[in-house]
Design a protein around this ligand. Structure first.
Ligand code: FAD
Length: 478
């Protein structure tokens, strides 16, 4: 078949674009090289829905950040994704830096951000008693929020699939040809034909564009390293705490996550390898040192894991590129989507649809579109009565597989059998949290492998950690 639109890249941008398009009567195919959605930049970031005071006024970054952040609560509600409007503070630690804080406030006002104010160090400490006494003043952004980034992309692709989108995983795009109004996309799994392409390939968007001869932009990966702290540290701060941003990034921040952990980081370092997701002792050392300045009581014994994400930074640095390619008007680049790309994603998706329409894609409303994703019934959120009812329906709700995060077997089975269901150990982890706790899967990992093998009808040695050749079992030991 010839699809109306093929979207390359199932990160948060591609997934939400697929969902936005599935409101219309068009055939859509979402193509992803990894064996699951949301494995690129969307998998590892600060998970903050930025208020929108940061971006240069009148840029797409500023406009779509504001719009996306206003849409996010509703989108998260429809997709059954955790969202919390926890507010943010940008700290000014030295009186001499106060003009920089003021400039940030003024930029926020120019960007149309509401509920923004500057407060004193004393007021900041009243909101967050664990902050350092050094805090001189702070920018208080009440609309800032936190969300589950990969959950959002998983849920959006699931909902897009429920509404008719074809999702092709493990399907790397290798070449693109165009003839007589049809693109032929060569992939490792054969050719896909379509009339329009949305290039949402994250750090690889430049390689995808160059497949049609569009070499108008270049993307570098900028690595950001993090440490994730146990839930015991999760209450140390309620707000997202930033330091004043620098030229490379928004600086080292501390934020609660929607799952009640605490996240600290990220660093900002340009790297040549677009797969370079290792953490380094220098990076983690820098995060430690910077965090101690603002939260002296943070206990780094509470670290449960470290990880890194890669920003898709345009060279030279610039605004998001969301436009039809100059090489072909039916090829839409959605590129250079670095921060605030997560916050802006719902608005980026709508903007991409608008461009497709402007380029001639006929869009009539799909009367069967259902914006609501079937909720994931979670043991951890059930009171006794709800648990009793759930167990009466399915006794597997009473069988706990992950002790740290209290995940039942029923939830794991459910997420395996959904559209865009889990196929890997990490796929289960990212959908249910089994393996995300203090022991990082040491206890539940083997049971999850068993359940995946049973439900997928394969032997256990066919189950991988995150797809491709990340085998868990490589042979018998006895
Ligand atoms: C350290 C860090 C912190 C951040 N913090 C925040 C934050 O707090 N708030 C915020 O708003 N934003 C933040 N961001 C930015 C945000 O994470 C990104 O803007 C967003 O995730 C980009 O999503 P995407 O879908 O464009 O890219 P991705 O998630 O990278 O998706 C692109 C997809 O394309 C696929 N792909 C690539 N090549 C091919 C191919 N050849 N064939 C098929 N598929 C392909 C990839 O596998 C990938 O899944 C942060 C980013 C980083 C790195």
């Amino acid at each position: 078949m010839v699809y109306d639109v093929a979207i390359i890249g199932a990160g948060v941008v591609g997934a939400l674009t697929a969902r936005a398009l599935s409101r219309y009567n068009v055939s859509i195919c979402l193509i992803e090289k990894e064996d699951d959605v949301a494995m690129g930049t969307t998998a590892a970031n600060s998970a903050i829905v930025h208020a929108g005071f940061d971006a240069e006024p009148h840029t797409l970054k500023a406009i779509l950040n504001r719009e996306g952040s206003m849409m996010m609560e509703q989108v998260a509600k429809e997709l059954d994704v955790e969202y919390k409007n926890n507010g943010a503070l940008v700290l000014c630690l030295e009186e001499e830096l106060y003009p920089k804080l003021k400039a940030l406030y003024e930029r926020g006002i120019e960007n149309g951000i509401e509920r923004l104010s500057i407060i004193s160090g004393l007021e900041a400490r009243a909101l967050e008693p664990n902050l350092s006494k050094e805090v001189y003043a702070a920018l208080y952004a009440k609309t800032s929020a936190i969300v589950g980034p990969y959950e959002l992309a998983i849920a959006a692709s699931e909902n897009a699939a429920d509404n008719g989108t074809t999702v092709m995983l493990g399907t790397a795009v290798e070449a693109i040809d165009y003839s007589k109004g049809i693109f032929s996309i060569s992939t490792e799994k054969g050719t896909i034909e379509c009339r329009y392409i949305v290039n949402a390939a994250g750090v690889y968007a430049d390689s995808i564009a160059s497949m049609i001869g569009d070499n108008s932009f270049h993307i570098r990966a900028r690595r950001g390293e993090y440490m994730l702290m146990d839930k015991s540290a999760g209450t140390l701060v309620k707000h997202t705490i930033f330091q004043l941003p620098n030229a490379l990034s928004k600086g080292i921040l501390v934020t609660p996550t929607v799952e009640h952990n605490l996240l600290v980081g990220p660093t900002a370092e340009d790297v040549d390898d677009k797969e370079s997701k290792a953490t380094t002792s220098e990076g983690i050392g820098h995060v430690l040192e910077q965090t101690k300045r603002i939260l002296p009581d943070l206990n780094f014994r509470d670290v449960i894991t470290s990880f890194a994400g890669l920003r898709a930074t345009l060279v030279p640095k610039g605004d998001f590129i969301i436009e039809a390619s100059h090489v072909h008007s039916h090829f839409i680049n959605v590129a250079g989507i670095e921060s605030p790309g997560l916050s802006a994603a719902p608005a980026i998706a709508e903007y991409a649809v608008k461009i497709l329409r402007a380029q001639g894609l006929k869009l009539s409303k799909n009367s069967e579109f259902n914006p609501i994703r079937r909720p994931v019934k979670r043991f951890v959120n059930m009171n006794e009565a709800k648990l009793k009812a759930a167990c009466a329906e399915n006794p597997l709700y009473a069988k706990i597989i992950c002790r740290c995060e209290k995940v039942s077997e029923a939830e794991i089975v459910d997420v395996i059998h959904r559209n865009v269901g889990a196929r890997t150990l990490d796929g289960v982890k990212r959908r249910t949290r089994a393996g995300m706790g203090r022991c990082q899967g040491g206890f539940c990992g083997p049971s999850v492998v068993d359940i995946l093998a049973r439900e997928l009808g394969v032997t256990q040695d066919k189950i991988t950690k995150k797809g491709k050749d990340s085998w868990i079992l490589t042979g018998r030991s006895k």
